[in-house]
Design a binder for this molecule. Sequence first.
Ligand code: TRP
Length: 331
Amino acid sequence: MNNVKKRVLSGMRPTGKLHLGHYIGVLENWKKLQQDNECFFFVADWHALTTDYNDPSKIREYTEDMVIDWLASGIDPEKCTMFVQSDILEHAELHLLLSMIIPIPWLERVPSYKETQESLSERDLTTYGFLGYPLLQSADILIYGADTVPVGIDQVPHIELTREVARRFNFLYGENTLVEPQSMLTATPKLPGIDGRKMSKSFDNCIFISDNPETVEKKVMQMVTDPHRIKKSDCGDPELSTVYAYHKIFTPGEKVAEIAEGCRTASIGCVQCKKILIQNLLSAFSGFRARRTELEKNRSFVNDIINEGKGKASAEARKMMERVRRTMKLK
Ligand code: TRP
């Protein structure tokens, strides 16, 4: 057994207020990881530019909103380092140096490259920055010598690319300077949006963690249920109901079984089922909402946290850049 803490690093693009999918998938996992690892969590604000370069005006506001959501969720600045990517200019320097050694085809074959160009076809993503975005991600990771990168499945090819880039760097310059990170896949229960599709801001189907009780109630009441259950006396299939997908996460086990049975035998109606969910959602996030309201009133505290994180992250990034420059005989 060794008790050297693992270094964990992960980042999120600043998309503004976080929704329940982020909370269940990512934040709960970060909260666990911060207990016994050395964690660095950062806002990937430069990454936002790779797709939203035409209007960067919201990025700063979204960055703060996101850090507020992290803090209110229990990501603890005493236990981990929270920072903003653009505060640490060394990410850009490492990205530049790595851009000299990465063959363009490695970037062109990253699946997200073509996929995002297709899904965001209304934007011009034929830019140099967009092609290079997985390499910027590699720099984010390698500059902290991270061992473990918790990510969703869509990000795994980026971590694989990071390993390949680290190997190529170490091979070319003859020293084991860069650490090959492992991705850590989080088994995340999928939380659909209120219309049953993937929860996403662009579908306008999100429940935000910061939504007030009235909004949560309104959104749950709009949720889609089993489309074959037209009248309350029709028997339903809970597996076809978005409401039930939420119960599985937010409602205690024995009650979930009761709800499923009630749906199948038509002894509980959709409205009643939704009301139970509303109560459970509101109580699950009441602490969060109270903390968030306090933080909103105290933006200078939030900025202090970001600044403290900047100090800690920048010390690490500087150390690594000195090693990188020495390895390349630039210094
Ligand atoms: N690309 C990631 C995403 O879109 C965000 C990200 C940027 C990231 N840099 C990172 C995640 C470094 C993990 C490690 O979700």
